[in-house]
Write a protein that binds this ligand. Structure first.
Ligand SMILES: NC(=O)c1ccc[n+]([C@@H]2O[C@H](COP(=O)([O-])OP(=O)(O)OC[C@H]3O[C@@H](n4cnc5c(N)ncnc54)[C@H](O)[C@@H]3O)[C@@H](O)[C@H]2O)c1
Length: 354
């Protein structure tokens, strides 16, 4: 069988996970790379043995031999590149968030519908963590019963990466669209993707990027500029669903908190579960409350394994073996929630989505 030829567009930090995972897959050849930064594209092409590299994604999409692309660019070009790729007959794996706005999300959805069966998978990588996959089996078997409440939190004390992440034009927002997208999607997925009814949220830009802080290092984007920051530093939200369930979220790039924390919990009528920081299932049996810890290799999200699972699933979808578990419709729904939180915060009231 001919290998599936893929192109990776955007050759920055996260592209490493895509390149590596494709490289580990026997049926895939990393064929081309594109980045606005030619040096970066060339370096990645050499490292991963890609035949061609470009600085204009349209040239990559013009190659008839390419079957699929990963879109790993800044959020502001996800829609444009994904739509162009679908129109060129390529399958698409697009990094989260699907894009910056609901209008863009709907345009991508339309392009998928008109693509003659091309696969578009949204990079909701947390769905591919072993902890999530294990818990999903318990939920699907009915062990937690009806899930009516979820709570997700991802708080950084000092962690605004700067660069494009801190530039609202290119990112679409701060911790909500960057970190919130992961934990909101994870809860929504585990809750069984209920229809969203309303969103009420707050965003705050009180602390800035705190570039004054000394003796504490944090991840910085390549083009970090301490003077540039147009995104929120904290967001919180209450999301109500049509089935009566609700989800509470808070996420920050910076906050006067004692330490970093990630916590994702779902609560059902028969049991509950802590997904992060470590998978644990709570239930009741014979009038006793039980905390059950699965014996699995990693109780927390394993970054490399999660990406490998995500890419393996994408490749299986391209081969027609399965349908993607992260279709464009899910990207649209999550985009509606994120946009709803920003709108609610701006208007100071609850936003009804249905
Ligand atoms: N799934 C995850 O856990 C995860 C983690 C980090 C980032 N991401 C997502 O991945 C994407 C990239 O993030 P990153 O951290 O790699 O950023 P990055 O800045 O390290 O890399 C992005 C690269 O894209 C290039 N680029 C931007 N616009 C382009 C265009 N129009 N054409 C070609 N190249 C272009 C830039 O030059 C840069 O090299 C973002 O959407 C981000 O939200 C996902």
């Amino acid at each position: 069988m001919e290998p599936i030829k893929v192109g990776v567009i955007g050759a920055g930090s996260i592209s490493e996970m895509h390149f590596e995972s494709y490289q580990h897959h026997d049926d895939v050849e990393v064929y081309a790379v594109c980045d606005l930064n030619g040096q970066r594209a060339k370096a990645k092409a050499e490292k991963y043995g890609a035949e061609k590299y470009f600085t204009d994604y349209r040239q990559l999409l013009d190659l008839p031999e390419i079957d699929a692309v990963s879109v790993c660019t800044w959020n502001d070009s996800h829609a444009e590149i994904s739509i162009a790729a679908l129109n060129s007959g390529k399958h698409v794996l697009v990094e989260k968030p699907l894009c910056k706005t609901v209008e863009e999300a709907l345009a991508i959805e339309k392009a998928v519908q008109e693509s003659n069966g091309k696969v578009l998978q949204v990079g909701f990588v947390r769905r591919f963590g072993t902890n999530t996959q294990v818990l999903k089996k318990f939920i699907d078997a009915g062990d937690l019963g009806d899930i009516y409440y979820a709570k997700a939190s991802c708080l950084r004390v000092l962690g605004n990466p700067g660069g494009w992440f801190a530039d609202k034009e290119r990112s679409g927002g701060g911790p909500l669209i960057d970190l919130g997208v992961h934990v909101i999607d994870l809860c929504w997925y585990l809750m069984g993707k209920p229809k969203v009814q309303s969103v009420s949220g707050n965003t705050y830009s009180r602390l800035g990027n705190r570039s004054n802080v000394e003796n504490k290092s944090f991840y910085k984007a390549a083009d970090y500029d301490r003077h540039k920051n147009t995104v929120e530093d904290l967001a919180n939200a209450m999301i109500r669903f049509e089935n009566g369930a609700s989800l509470m979220v808070d996420v920050s790039f910076t906050l006067h908190a004692k330490g970093e924390s990630v916590a994702v919990n779902v609560y059902g009528e028969k049991g509950g579960a802590e997904v992060e920081p470590e998978l644990q299932i709570t239930t009741e049996k014979h009038n006793t409350i039980l905390n059950a810890t699965p014996q699995i290799d990693a109780l927390s999200f394993d970054f490399k394994k999660g990406f490998q699972n995500e890419i393996d699933h994408f490749v299986s979808c391209l081969k027609g073996d399965v349908e993607t578990i992260c279709p464009v419709q899910d990207g649209v729904e999550i985009m509606k929630i994120l946009a709803g939180v920003y709108e609610s915060s701006e208007k100071g009231k609850e936003i009804y989505l249905s």
